[in-house]
Design a protein around this ligand. Sequence first.
Ligand code: FES
Length: 104
Amino acid sequence: MASGEFTKAAQLSDVPHGAKLVVEINGKPILLCNWNGKVFAVSNICSHAEEKLDCGRMSNGWIACPIHGARFDLATGKAKNPPAKQPIPIYAVQLVDGWIEVDA
Ligand code: FES
């Protein structure tokens, strides 16, 4: 659930294209993902068995869970294949003066 307030999460230069960065905002583990120059903020916790996603492969607008291979759409959080069925939370992102800000 978003707080309605954007919080500085990282500098954009820390998350270049193809990179991921784990941050914590309001106690939530959040994974920043830069895919094709667009920054996404998703939960770092897989909806299947609550493993961390940050070591997973990112490609073509999705991130794969490194444990059992479920893929999640970075824009919507939806699970694209089993074993995950539930989406992961996603958070709104804005870029301000070279900073990535996240509403978490
Ligand atoms: S913990 Fe992520 S797919 Fe099983």
